[in-house]
Ligand binder design. Sequence first.
Ligand code: SME
Length: 165
Amino acid sequence: MEFEQSLSLNATSADVMAFVQGTIEGERNRVATLANISAILNQYLSRINWVGFYLRAFGATQLILGPFQGLVACTRLSIGEGVVGQAAVRGETLVVANVLEFPGHIACDSQSRSEIVVPIHSGGQIVAVLDVDAPELDRFHASEKNLLEAVGRLLGENWGLMTDF
Ligand code: SME
């Protein structure tokens, strides 16, 4: 699929999904695909300071930093630890309106005030999470949740087809 290098200023979430779909169809390598998807989301989502992936090796109890856009981040998070690790335990999206009030929140970027974490499921396992941080309180609502969950579902469906190299 041919697609333009960047989203237009008036892009919709449907345009984002078309870009994400095109990215998945156009490249089988997992890191390359996740890198471009983090760039697409960073371009589309306003008022955020971090977007990216944490990846879980099969059966592992740790999540390891994957492709992202934003400041240098924590490289390893235990399942159950922080917002990311809690979303992985629960297996469902976690929206935190005020991270300062979330017990165990891990501040990789001290500017972060709200956060959404979407687990990615494949083959009955959590294989990764998609994490987005914002420097303002209560940044994430239904529209962002719906979009990020759709991205997570598409990635989960294609996870096993993607290659490490
Ligand atoms: N805040 C996360 C850690 C990851 S960074 O936001 C990139 C957490 O509490 O799990």
